[in-house]
Every structure is written in structure tokens, then in C-alpha cells.
Design a protein around this ligand. Structure first.
Ligand code: BYC
Length: 329
């Protein structure tokens, strides 16, 4: 069905480009250098395929798990209009997961395997969704400032090399831009509201700041995958550069609302043009992405329950051989 066989992540093959046909590899790299898109049927090194599956799959999981913290506020949203808007946003996030699972399937990994890897805790997903949305203001901060982080990442990577991922990202970015406006409107409402509302949004911002700093990944000096991903234009910006762009775009907006960020060292160095900040706690980041955050167990339990309770529906629609999805067309 696909150009190359799907590579099991446990397999040693696919860890380096050793053993690849040097002529094909050179042609592939020349295409990337020329800005061409690589499509599913094209030849690609096993490592490119493996890296793409890892990243797109983690991204898909992040969308589907990311629907959960905000989803918990649908029943308690303040007012009918906020409730409708939040329901639509959460549905969009699940739709993003569908697009991304389909993009990852073009590389040969069945959706059933991806879902299994998520619910057994083998696959990672974004750190930020392992924290609770304690108040309505947390959901507002997620919608504004986490969707904003996602846009920084996705807008850059939508210009990358793998056609199906880039096309999915472009579509996702349109929807995320609307989410961001919704989130900003919510935060402005709270920040300009009563003293209690203001306090609620300030506390939520303080809680989310470190996870947001973690969101772009570890510092470049220790990032494992950035080099090869940037060489092959899967990642179009390094983790630190994304973080810098984000700080540049959003810190002034946060300060304009009179809100405070919980980092006394945060400031833009006008000489270098770079933001200076206190390093977030990278040990906490490691614990959270490896399964030991405040909500990891709860998030996976919800997904496991959804898989189990939805099995009869898949079977009813697709028959006894029901997998997790209809194959990508
Ligand atoms: N969280 O070598 P590095 C959304 C892992 S959803 C967890 O720098 P890379 C939304 C990394 O996987 C959008 N793990 O990695 C949804 C690697 O571990 P493995 C979410 C992280 O890939 C609903 C190790 O650390 N966005 O916005 O070069 C509602 C070493 O890192 C994280 C995406 O998923 C993290 N934050 O760069 C609202 C974007 N960071 O695999 C909103 C797609 C790092 O070796 N992903 N790790 O075990 C990416 O762009 C890249 O994977 C990253 C990391 C920039 C995140």
C-alpha cells in the first residue's frame, strides 16, 4: 500500500541513514533543498519516515488529549454563548487529531497501532495537557496562550517538506487562529472584569506559565531530534527560536492587560533582541512527558474508556475486522 514498509519504532533500522542507497538519498535531499514537497508514494529514507511518524503521531495524540482539559468546562461554561463556542472549539481539536492521524497513516503506521501506543503510555503527547484546568480562567488561558503556541509551531512547520503533514497544518492553523481570538476575548473579559475575575485569570496564568515555556520542547543544546528534523525541513524552527518568537509576540500582549508573569528575570535584551528568562524546571518537564504529571493517569484513563466504549460502534459500522478508522483515502 505504501512506498516503504512501516518501521516499528523498536526496530534498529531507521535510527540512522546508514545502509540507504546514496544516490537516492542525495536525490531526496536535493528535492528538499529545492523546496519540493515529499509525497507518500515518493522514496524517502527510513529515518525520515520514522521521525515523521513519531512527530505527527505525538501531535495527533496532543490534539485528542488536548480536548480534555477544556472539555471539562463545557458543562460549566459561564453562559450559553461561551458554551457553544467552547463546544465548537473542542470539536475542532478532535477534528485536528483526525487530520493528523490520517497524515501519519500515509507513512504506513495503522491508526489502531497509534491509538494502542497512546493508551498504553508508549507514545508521548504534549506536556501541557497533563495539567488540570482548575477554573474557567484556566480554559481561557489554554485557548489563548496554548493555541497561540501551537500556531507559532504549526505555521512554521506548515512550510515544511512532507506534503500531507503540511496540508493538515495549514488547515489546522486557520481554525487555531479563531480559537486564539476566542481565548483572547475570554481573557480580556476576565482581566477587565471584577477584582475576583482578575484574580482568577492572574492565578491561572501563573499556573500555566511554566508548562507553556516547556511546550516548545527542551533547549536546543539538549534537543535530540532538532538537527535531523531541521535538515530535512520537518521542523522549520528550533525549539529555542519558537520560544523566542512566542515571547516576542505574546509577552507584550499579556503585560498590556496588566497581568504579571511569574518570572522576575523575564525581559527583552534590547542589544541582542533576545528574551532573557529563568530556565523552567526541566526535571519537571521530563517527569511530565514520561507519564508522571498531575493528570497523566486521568487523561489516559479517559482515552481508554473511549476506546472500550466505542468499540461496538466501530464494529457495527465496519464489521468484525473493525479497526480504529476508515483508511485514509
Ligand atoms: N511535550 O528532541 P526534542 C494544541 C519530547 S496540540 C511532550 O526537542 P522534537 C492544542 C520529544 O517528543 C499541538 N514531549 O523533540 C490541542 C522527544 O521525546 P521522544 C501540540 C515533548 O520532536 C487541544 C524529547 O522530548 N503540538 O496545541 O525535535 C487544545 C526530546 O525533544 C515536548 C505539537 O504536538 C512537549 N512539549 O521537538 C488546545 C507539535 N517537547 O519522542 C491546544 C508537534 C519535546 O524522543 N511537535 N518533547 O521520546 C513538535 O513540533 C516537536 O515534536 C516539538 C519537540 C517541538 C514539540
Amino acid at each position: 500500500m505504501y512506498g516503504n514498509a512501516y518501521i516499528d519504532p523498536k526496530d534498529q533500522k531507521g535510527k540512522t541513514v546508514e545502509g540507504e542507497d546514496p544516490v537516492k538519498l542525495a536525490e531526496f535531499e536535493a528535492r528538499i533543498l529545492a523546496g519540493e514537497k515529499i509525497e507518500p508514494q515518493d522514496w524517502m529514507p527510513a529515518l525520515y519516515r520514522k521521525q515523521l511518524i513519531r512527530m505527527i503521531e505525538q501531535h495527533a495524540h496532543s490534539e485528542i488529549i488536548g480536548a480534555l482539559p477544556e472539555g471539562t468546562w463545557i458543562t460549566r461554561a459561564p453562559g450559553f454563548r461561551r458554551k457553544l463556542a467552547l463546544m465548537a472549539k473542542v470539536q475542532d481539536e478532535v477534528g485536528h487529531a483526525q487530520l493528523l492521524y490520517s497524515a501519519a497513516e500515509t507513512l504506513g503506521k495503522p491508526r489502531e497501532d497509534m491509538i494502542n501506543d497512546l493508551i498504553t503510555g508508549k507514545s508521548k503527547y504534549s506536556n501541557v495537557f497533563n495539567y488540570p484546568a482548575i477554573t474557567w480562567a484556566d480554559s481561557a488561558i489554554i485557548a489563548w496562550l496554548i493555541d497561540a503556541g501551537a500556531i507559532v509551531n504549526q505555521l512554521a512547520n506548515s512550510k515544511g517538506s512532507y506534503g500531507p503533514y503540511c496540508r493538515a497544518l495549514e488547515r489546522i492553523c486557520y481554525e487555531e487562529s479563531f480559537h486564539l481570538k476566542y481565548g483572547h476575548d475570554n481573557v480580556v473579559h476576565l482581566a477587565t472584569g471584577t477584582a475576583k475575575q482578575r484574580q482568577m485569570v492572574q492565578e491561572a496564568l501563573t499556573r500555566w506559565w511554566q508548562p507553556i515555556m516547556h511546550f516548545f520542547g527542551p533547549p536546543d543544546r539538549v534537543s535530540v531530534h532538532t538537527e535531523v528534523l531541521m535538515k530535512w525541513k520537518v521542523k522549520m524552527m528550533s525549539n529555542d527560536d519558537m520560544r523566542q518568537q512566542y515571547l516576542d509576540m505574546y509577552v507584550p500582549k499579556i503585560w498590556d492587560l496588566g497581568l504579571e508573569l511569574p518570572d522576575p528575570n523575564l525581559r527583552k535584551n534590547e542589544e541582542t533582541g533576545k528574551w532573557e528568562y529563568t530556565e523552567p524546571d526541566w526535571d519537571e518537564f521530563k517527569r511530565v512527558i514520561n507519564g508522571d504529571g498531575p493528570c497523566n493517569a486521568e487523561r489516559l484513563a479517559v482515552r481508554r474508556m473511549a476506546e472500550e466504549k466505542g468499540r461496538w460502534v466501530r464494529r457495527a459500522i465496519l464489521g468484525e475486522d473493525a479497526k480504529y478508522s476508515v483508511p485514509f483515502a
